[in-house]
Design a protein around this ligand. Structure first.
Ligand code: ATP
Ligand code: MG
Ligand code: MG
Length: 557
């Protein structure tokens, strides 16, 4: 018995392994259609496919399910391959369903020869009208009893490109009255005179999902074909096709698990594409997108994403998980790894009027040693410059403090973290009456931020030395959709878009050490959250998550 989690999928694999169903082999596949970027829902399938195989010493194939020539692009293929690598999974091989077009076609002829498939000339509308509906039997096509010879001739001519698109299809000959709608003579091939990114102009007919999927599994040697619940009704068809083909090995088995959905976001490539095309977001890798590209740019560690999916586990009921739960995994991960730094997002000048000058009349510069990450002593310490002209957060000061405001205000003493106690004395205002500078005095005896005589202050604030500061743009993010289940009310997720999902702060002041972060690195800005350096844009940060664990609060509700 392998270690690790147990669930109904692993129980099935365990039983097959024990019985030697596949000679002890376990092979899964992850089969994305290369028509968009991978999203958090795909991540669920990836962790199931790779996780199950891994637990049983098996392998996983990455199969690009490229049977539809219209929507697929090489750009997407490349992104899928590299996103999976980023997550830390390693496919045993990268294959394309289109690699099997020739074998699929040979098997189609095999079915035609046995009277198990036929060419239907009905138009699409007639065909769907004749399918019947749940509980109502369909009507046999007038072309259903063509001879195998006639069907073979027509199929070959379909392949040769002799017929117009939409004029004919190849259908499996099963049962037009079957209680399962999927079994009512499903379409296997459509005529499409289209260019395909992998096979070029070689094919004039393209297989449907149902005709390609199980057969591709069998060709690759997949033992367990794990997919989401919406394919459960396709399973009898999956088995029917395989049972009528001359396979040399035991047929793979399809098993289904629940989709993963998250609150306040969507996991449909079609709808995500709409967000990109309509300019709602900057692109597939916008940090607000639930794509792996977006989450990565936002600073989500791959390890946190995988840990979250593993914790959700494999179930048989679809559910929508709270995005706050995912965020708590991200926060926990970053808490261990992120360096602490000081940054001021909305700067207000603080001038220490009793700060000393040196022999040349220049303000003295002091350096304080601060810990890089209290969670990881090996990260050591750094020197942070301090002088009499500083930046503090504008909302850490109130000229007239409201009740329970314990930060800086005239006459109030606070601690500047790791530096000194300071007391505000007066303010400087601009012509409009806005406070543009706070004057204060510091207590030299409080050096290091320690209380000289045991007196207490109610607040500790972060700061950045003004002459040493580096400027930056900081993007703060809110939910992309205001509703927990976007589109639930109207059917259109865009109706629930959050118009204020991004706030851009262009005047942030960072401590000098932040000039040295590497692209993509995530740091903690003290008191403000975790922030990822944009991989491409200079001096641009994205807030990954705030510091407060909202998931803990939700669980207590
Ligand atoms: P979309 O509807 O976003 O296009 P899809 O299911 O059509 O998604 P595919 O590229 O065909 O996308 O999916 C590849 C695999 O990922 C499939 O096995 C599919 O079941 C799985 N998958 C897609 N979305 C989810 C999800 N939200 N939760 C779990 N698995 C998913
Ligand atoms: Mg799909
Ligand atoms: Mg889909």
């Amino acid at each position: 018995t392998p270690p690790g989690p147990s669930d109904f999928i692993r129980d099935i694999v365990r039983a097959d392994t024990a019985q030697g169903t596949y000679g002890g082999r376990v092979q899964t596949r992850f089969p994305p259609e290369p028509n968009g970027y991978l999203h958090i829902g795909h991540l669920k399938a990836i962790t199931v496919d790779f996780g199950v195989a891994d637990d049983f010493g098996g392998t996983t194939v990455l199969r690009l399910d490229d049977t539809n020539p219209d929507a697929e692009e090489a750009e997407y293929v490349d992104s899928i391959v590299s996103d999976i690598e980023w997550l830390g999974f390693h496919p045993a091989s990268v294959c394309h369903a289109s690699d099997y077009f020739e074998q699929l076609y040979a098997w189609a002829e095999h079915l035609v020869e046995r009277g198990l498939a036929y060419v239907d000339d009905q138009d699409g509308e007639t065909m769907s009208a004749n399918r019947g509906s749940f509980g109502v039997p369909g009507t046999d096509s007038p072309f259903r009893d063509r001879t195998p010879e006639e069907n073979l001739d027509l199929l070959r001519r379909m392949r040769a490109g002799e017929f117009a698109e939409g004029s004919r299809v190849l259908r499996a000959r099963i049962d037009m009255a079957h209680e399962n709608m999927q079994m009512r003579d499903p379409v296997m091939y459509r005529i499409r005179h289209a260019h395909h990114h992998n096979t070029g102009d070689a094919w004039k007919i393209y297989p449907t999902y149902d005709w390609a999927h199980g057969q591709s599994d069998a060709i690759e040697g997949t033992t367990h074909s794990l997919c989401t619940l919406e394919f459960e009704s396709h399973r009898p068809l999956y088995d029917w096709f395989l049972s009528h083909l001359p396979l040399t090995a035991t047929a793979p088995k399809q098993r289904e698990f629940a989709r993963l959905e998250l609150t306040h976001t969507i996991t449909s490539k079609r709808r995500l594409r709409k967000l990109v095309e309509e300019g709602v977001v900057d692109g597939w890798d916008d940090p607000r997108m639930p794509t792996l590209r977006g989450l990565r740019r936002r600073g989500y560690p791959a390890s946190a994403l995988v840990a979250f999916c593993d914790a959700v586990g494999i179930t048989k009921t679809n559910s929508r998980k709270a995005i706050e739960e995912l965020e708590s995994y991200v926060r926990r991960d970053l808490n261990k790894t992120a360096q602490r730094r000081m940054a001021v997002l909305n700067p207000l000048k603080l001038v220490l009027t009793n700060w000393p000058t040196d022999a040349d009349g220049n303000p003295v510069v002091e350096h304080f040693e601060v810990t890089n990450n209290p969670e990881n002593p090996e990260d050591g310490t750094r020197q942070v410059a301090f002088t009499g002209e500083l930046w503090i957060e504008a909302d850490d000061f109130a000229e007239v403090p409201p009740p329970k405001f314990f930060r800086l205000s005239p006459g109030r003493e606070v601690r500047l973290r790791g530096a000194y106690f300071v007391t505000a004395t007066d303010v400087v205002k601009d012509a409009s009456g806005a406070v543009v500078q706070v004057n204060a005095t510091y207590d030299p005896a409080s050096q290091g931020g320690n209380s000289p005589d045991g007196r207490k202050v109610k607040s500790t604030m972060h700061w950045v030395s003004a002459p040493h500061a580096v400027g930056a743009t900081v993007n703060l993010y809110d939910r992309l959709f205001t509703a927990e289940n976007p589109g639930a009310a109207t059917g259109e997720p865009l109706d629930d878009l959050n118009a204020a999902s991004r706030e851009v702060l262009t005047d942030a002041k960072l401590e000098a050490a932040l000039a040295d972060v590497s692209p993509g690195e995530v740091v903690q800005f003290e008191r403000l959250g975790y922030f990822a350096v944009d991989p491409d844009l200079p001096a641009t940060f994205h807030r990954t998550v705030g510091l407060r664990d909202e998931w803990a609060a939700i669980q207590k509700r």
